[in-house]
Ligand binder design. Structure first.
Ligand SMILES: Cc1cc2nc3c(=O)[nH]c(=O)nc-3n(C[C@H](O)[C@H](O)[C@H](O)COP(=O)(O)O)c2cc1C
Length: 260
């Protein structure tokens, strides 16, 4: 299974065995993470794996118990959470292609686990390891908002563009909130995020991590369908007030290449 196939049927895994992962595989995971290109220039990140096979303790009181946690720390910037979500989702998909389950975790690293000496600010973690559960499910078993609730087609678009939007719609989100909205034209997709119901730093962080996971799915699918894309933030939308959503960015579609 490749990363694109996995995107359609992956699921969050919350039950793990305590089996050790081969040292070479752990190195490959770190190499994979380090070789990913971020969504934006100049947001340097750093990854650390916390091994938890000895104690096998959960990540916080109510959270997941996994043998390994991959943590990401990032340079502090307006886009560090989107970027972290974007990277963690790709790593999660990669793990599923090598037979490992995973789940993004939103809580801080609890005191009973090793505290890595981060270069930057800790953002989030990915629980991972072997599991006795199925790593995949039927696409239709993903509980997601229907397309008409989150996608607004402003004009007729190709089937491929609909597919990449659907890939984004399938991505994981904090509490399955799915805070994304897509405004779709033939040559651009404006991405919006639902406003936080309360002014809450944590909520804001999670919704931006969620946008990052959706962008990972969208851009992986675009590559699969040979759709050339680039990311921009449009001045005309950046400072415009919207009632229920905040503008995040625009995915530009190179329609010339897409005609192949
Ligand atoms: C930013 C983010 C934070 C998450 N935090 C947690 C968490 O702390 N604990 C947990 O069990 N699941 C967590 N999840 C997983 C979501 O609950 C899960 O993606 C969602 O319920 C949809 O289920 P699925 O991933 O199986 O499709 C998180 C997901 C994201 C994207």
């Amino acid at each position: 299974m490749n990363i694109f196939d996995s995107l359609n049927s992956r699921k969050s895994i919350r039950k793990y065995t305590n089996e050790r992962i081969d040292f070479n595989i752990l190195n490959e995971i770190i190499d994979y993470a380090n070789n990913l290109t971020g969504l934006f220039e100049n947001i340097d990140v750093e990854f650390h794996i916390i091994e938890n096979t000895n104690k096998f303790k959960s990540f916080g009181f109510f959270n997941i118990k996994a043998p390994y946690y991959l943590c990401i720390s990032s340079v502090n910037s307006d886009d560090s959470n989107i970027n972290a979500g974007y990277l963690m989702q790709q790593i999660s998909l990669y793990l599923s292609t090598i037979g490992l389950g995973s789940c993004i975790i939103s809580t801080p690293i609890p005191k009973h686990l090793e505290q890595p000496d981060f270069k930057y600010e800790y953002i989030t973690a990915l629980a991972f390891g072997y599991t006795n559960e199925d790593l995949f499910r039927d696409k239709i078993d993903s509980v997601r908002l229907s397309e008409d609730k989150v996608v607004y087609y402003k004009m007729d678009v190709s089937r491929d563009i609909k597919e990449i939007i659907n890939a984004a719609r399938l991505s994981p989100s904090y509490l399955n909130n799915q805070p994304w909205k897509f405004i779709v034209y033939q040559n651009r997709i404006h991405l919006f995020v639902k406003k936080s119901p309360v002014i809450n730093m944590h909520h804001n962080k999670y919704r931006m991590l969620d946008i990052g996971t959706a962008l990972a799915n969208l851009l992986i699918a675009a590559e699969e369908y040979w759709i050339n894309t680039s990311i921009t933030k449009l001045e005309a939308l950046k400072d415009k007030p919207f009632k229920q959503n905040d503008y995040v960015l625009t995915v530009l579609i190179d329609t010339n290449v897409h005609c192949i």
